[in-house]
Design a protein around this ligand. Structure first.
Ligand code: C5P
Length: 412
C-alpha cells in the first residue's frame, strides 16, 4: 500500500516565489496515494495559477472567502476540517504572523483559524525576514501551540542574497508529511544507541575535567533516529538540553559511566558516538576538596579513559551492524578522520572542523564530511538538525539493505 493512501492534505499556498515547488509537492503526495486540496491566497496566485494546482491535484482550488459557489459547495469550515493534515507551503512571514495572532482576513487564514487539524508549515522568506525577532517569536508561538515545521534551508535566495530562508525541498516536506502520518518509519523495529555531550571527570568533589560540547548534535541525531521509528537510547553527558521526545535518555557524568550505560543498551542495530568523551581522567580523584594552603599546585596524575567508540566497534557478537563516530578536528580534517576510521574500527566517521571561528562547538550549524571505506561525502553547511535528519536517512537506507558479506562476517 502507498505510504499516504487515503490521507487528505489541505495545502495552503501563500505568496512566495517558492510556491512553484508546491506543484512538485502535490505530485509527490499524490504518487504516494494522498489526496491534496489547495487553498491559494491572493498573493500566492501571483506565483502559481489555480489552473496548474487544479490540474495536479485533480480537485477544485479554493481561494475566495466570499464566493457564493465555494460556500454553498463546501463552506470554509468544512474545508478546514475535511483534511487529516493542513500544510502551509510556502509559509510567508506574513501568514505566520497572521496565524500567530489568530487573524482571519481571507480564506486561507480563516481556514487555518477554524481548523481542528494538525498544521505543518514550510517557511520561506528572505533571510533578514526569517532572522527577524518578530518572525522567530511568531514561529515559537506556533510551535508552542503544536504547529509542526520543516525548514527553511540555507542557500541562494531569489532576491540575490544567501542564507536561511529557502523553503524546504518538496522531498523534505513530503518526508515531514510521511513522518507525521507514521508512514515513513524505515527504522521501525530497529534499535539505536547515541552518545552525546561532554563527560565530566572528577578531580575532587567540586572540580572536574570537562569540555565545551553542547550535546546539540548528538541529541538531534537521537531525535532524528527516533522520528524514523528506531527505539533509541541516548546516553548523555551533562548538558543543558531537555531530553528529546520519544527517546530513552540516560544521563551520566564520566566516560566510564557512559561506557557502562552503552554496554547495557546493547544489542542494537546502530550506534552513533557523538559524545566528546574526555580522553583522560584523574588517576586518583580526591574524596575531599583539595586545599590550597599556600602550597604549590598539586600534580594531577592522569590516566586514559576507555574509548567507547572503539569498544563498541570491537564488541564481537554484540557489535552493532553499523557503528558511526565523529572526528572533531582543527586541521587536516579529512586526513585525520580517515586515520581515525581505521584506528577505531567503526564503519563511518563524520568529520567536522571545530577550529576557532567555525562556531561548531555550541553553535547551531555544522559542516561535515562522511567518511567510509568507499571514500568521502562532503555535505554542505547546514543546521545540526538537518545533519541529524540526513544522517538518520542514510542510516535507514543502509540498514534497510540486505546485509553484505562484510557485516555478515562481523556478526559471526
Ligand atoms: O579520538 P577522538 O576523541 O578524536 O575520537 C572521536 C570519536 O570517538 C567520537 O565519535 C567520540 O564520541 C568517540 N570517543 C569515544 N570514547 C572516547 C573518546 C572518543 O567514544 N574515550
Amino acid at each position: 500500500m502507498s505510504s499516504l493512501a487515503g490521507k487528505r492534505i489541505l495545502l495552503v499556498i501563500s505568496g512566495g516565489i517558492a510556491a512553484y515547488k508546491t506543484l512538485e509537492l502535490i505530485r509527490r503526495v499524490r504518487e504516494r496515494g494522498g489526496a491534496v486540496r489547495c487553498v491559494l491566497t491572493k498573493a500566492g496566485a501571483q506565483f502559481v495559477t489555480p489552473l496548474s494546482l487544479a490540474a495536479l491535484s485533480e480537485d477544485k482550488v479554493y481561494s475566495d472567502l466570499f464566493s457564493l459557489t465555494d460556500e454553498s459547495e463546501m463552506g470554509h469550515i468544512r474545508l478546514s476540517r475535511e483534511a487529516d493534515l493542513v500544510v502551509v507551503a510556502p509559509a510567508t512571514a506574513d501568514i505566520l504572523a497572521k496565524m500567530a495572532q489568530g487573524r482571519a482576513d481571507d480564506l486561507a487564514t480563516t481556514a487555518l483559524l477554524a481548523t481542528d487539524k494538525p498544521v505543518l508549515v514550510a517557511p520561506a522568506m528572505n533571510l533578514r525576514m526569517w532572522d527577524h525577532a518578530a518572525t522567530q517569536a511568531n514561529l515559537a508561538t506556533l510551535k508552542a501551540r503544536g504547529v509542526l515545521s520543516v525548514g527553511p534551508n540555507e542557500g541562494d535566495m531569489a532576491c540575490g542574497e544567501y542564507g536561511f530562508g529557502r523553503m524546504a525541498e518538496p522531498e523534505e516536506i513530503l518526508r515531514a508529511i510521511e513522518e507525521f502520518f507514521g508512514a515513513a518509519a524505515p527504522l521501525a523495529g530497529r534499535r539505536a544507541l547515541v552518545t552525546s555531550g561532554p563527560t565530566y571527570e572528577a578531580i575532587d568533589p567540586v572540580r572536574f575535567i570537562g569540555n565545551r560540547s553542547s550535546g546539540r548534535q548528538g541529541h538531534a541525531i537521537a531525535l532524528a533516529l527516533a522520528r524514523l521509528g528506531a527505539r533509541t537510547t541516548l546516553v548523555s553527558g551533562p548538558t543543558g538540553l531537555a531530553d528529546p521526545a520519544g527517546v530513552d535518555t540516560l544521563r551520566v557524568e564520566s566516560a566510564r559511566d557512559m561506557l557502562a550505560a552503552c554496554e547495557a543498551a546493547l544489542p542494537c542495530d546502530v550506534a552513533v558516538c557523538a559524545a566528546a568523551v574526555s580522553d583522560w581522567r584523574a588517576k586518583k580523584p580526591r574524596t575531599q576538596k583539595m586545599k590550597k594552603n599556600g602550597k604549590a599546585p598539586p600534580d594531577l596524575e592522569l590516566i586514559a579513559n576507555p574509548d567507547i567508540l572503539a569498544k563498541l566497534s570491537a564488541a564481537g557478537n554484540a557489535r552493532p551492524q553499523l557503528v558511526v563516530g565523529f572526528a572533531a578536528e582543527t586541521e587536516k580534517v579529512i586526513e585525520h578522520a580517515q586515520a581515525k576510521l581505521a584506528k577505531k574500527g567503526c564503519d563511518w566517521i563524520l568529520a567536522n572542523d571545530v577550529s576557532e571561528g567555525t562556531g561548531t562547538f555550541g553553535g547551531d550549524v555544522n559542516t561535515v564530511h562522511l567518511i567510509d571505506a568507499g571514500g568521502v561525502d562532503s555535505w554542505p553547511r547546514m543546521t545540526k538538525d538537518d545533519v541529524a535528519a540526513k544522517l538518520a536517512t542514510r542510516i535507514a537506507k543502509t540498514l534497510g539493505r540486505a546485509p553484505d558479506t562484510k557485516s555478515e562476517n562481523r556478526k559471526s
